[in-house]
Design a protein around this ligand. Structure first.
Ligand code: C2O
Ligand code: CU
Length: 432
């Protein structure tokens, strides 16, 4: 709905029952339904207003993960929505077209809220006439036909068939033994075109996946913050919690393939089985019809962008260890970093532990300058808001804090393994 030139959207957080498997009712939470959330779409350059109503019996929030927006619209732990209340966030979509998502961010309870099902995708479509719109025309782009959302979440069910909320034990958080896509166990995708684009979101709270088709490659075209410069052929796409990837698959008439999650390469972890490093899953069965309609080839050039390391004037270092960043747990009343508006900064983020973490920064899309002191692999060549951190390794990230100076409201940075975040592996920065 357009009201005075603003695209107004409404979503409601609610409790309900959902069937991950036919015939088995499970208590879950969702936006506008019992589980998950609608795919929200708007166009770059539009002003949007999202009115979020909380019909749960506890307070929650709605954070726009990956969005560049004012800090009081961010939906982090300082923008809680009490039961029965409606919160309105309004901002201008002012970044590259991309696949973002939204989820609650209540401090100390994010893992539970997301795991129960509160998560949805938020597509930023290219502005008509833009260079990105021309590329989009060449990519599969018909929602639900050849452009398909794939929201992955692992679940664990109790004997009574309800979601296990806290398994206590694992270093990384809750690792479910059942993988779901868009809330379905054992999903099947029917394809009617030669190429299909999957918009992959790892909405799991702890598990990292390594997604691919056995025996062939997929074409990676976009990561968290938008298109890559050029497509990258990959056997496996590693996705840690919160990350997105857009891949294009080529299909032959009548064929059937399985999107699989292979044992993820997590780096030098000390207890592999305890962090999911030995786990593999079938994720999505893809079945092509006997006749497929033609799809254009993926363009060889997708996007131009790039931050110049020489333009960075500030460096910061973030050491993640246990539940502390630079020796401190999250404190809602403490501002950890103050950034001057308009600056380009390089952040060195180090995983000082022998188990996985990742790192997410609100408000910006960054580029990865190095991983473990070396040039990043091509799949990390695009704009990102969340990056996996191998044990003992450092990544260097470059980002610009363009606008939205506000000394009062902070943005967050944190590990997106949500139990870690809940337990304190998070900090706050203001842009002034
Ligand atoms: Cu996806 Cu701070 O969150
Ligand atoms: Cu972590």
């Amino acid at each position: 709905e357009l009201v005075d030139g603003i695209r107004v959207l409404r979503i409601t957080a609610q409790a309900g029952t959902h069937q991950f498997r036919a015939g088995e009712d499970v208590s879950t939470w969702g936006f506008d339904g019992p589980y998950g959330g609608p795919t929200v779409r708007a166009t770059v350059g539009e002003r949007v207003a999202v009115e979020v109503t909380n019909e749960l019996d506890e307070s929650t929030s709605a954070h726009w993960h990956g969005m560049h927006l004012p800090p009081d619209m961010d939906g982090g732990p300082h923008q809680m929505i009490e039961p029965g209340d409606t919160w309105r966030a309004e901002w201008l979509l002012d970044q590259a077209p991309c696949t973002l998502w939204y989820h609650p961010h209540p401090h100390g309870a994010t893992e539970r809220h997301v795991y129960r099902g509160l998560a949805g995708l938020f597509y930023l479509d290219p502005a008509p006439g833009s260079a990105e719109a021309a590329v989009e025309e060449q990519l599969p782009h018909t929602y639900g036909v050849d452009d398909v959302p794939v929201v992955i979440g692992d679940k664990s069910f109790s004997d009574g068939g309800e979601l296990v909320i806290d398994d206590g034990g694992n270093e990384v958080g809750l690792l479910g033994d059942v993988v779901t896509v868009n809330g379905v166990v054992g999903p099947v995708l029917q394809v009617s075109t030669e190429r299909v684009r999957l918009r992959l979101l790892n909405a799991s709270t702890a598990r990292t996946y390594s997604l691919g088709l056995p025996g062939r490659t997929v074409t990676l075209v976009a990561t968290d913050g938008g298109l890559l410069r050029q497509p990258v052929e990959l056997e496996q796409v590693r996705l840690s919690p919160g990350e997105r990837a857009e891949v294009v698959l080529a299909m032959e008439p009548g064929e059937e393939v399985m999107l699989h999650s292979f044992e993820p390469e997590l780096g030098n972890v000390v207890v592999p089985f305890a962090v999911g490093a030995n786990d593999a899953f079938d994720v999505l069965r893809i079945v092509a019809e006997g006749e497929l309609s033609a799809s254009p080839e993926v363009p060889g050039e997708l996007a131009t962008f790039g931050l110049d390391a020489a333009s960075a004037t500030v460096r910061r270092e973030f050491r993640l260890s246990d539940r502390e960043i630079n020796g401190a747990e999250m404190d809602m009343a403490r501002i950890d970093e103050t950034v001057e508006v308009g600056t380009t900064e390089i952040w060195t983020v180090i995983n000082d532990d022998l188990s996985p973490h990742n790192f997410h920064v609100h408000d910006v899309q960054f580029e990865v300058l190095s991983v473990g002191g070396s040039e990043p692999p091509p799949e990390l060549g695009g704009r990102k808001d969340t990056v996996y951190l191998e044990p003992g390794r450092a990544v260097e990230l470059i980002m610009t804090f363009e606008d939205y100076a506000d000394p009062q409201w902070p943005y967050m940075y944190h590990c997106h393994l949500l139990r870690h975040e809940d337990e304190g592996l998070m900090g706050q920065f203001v842009v002034v």
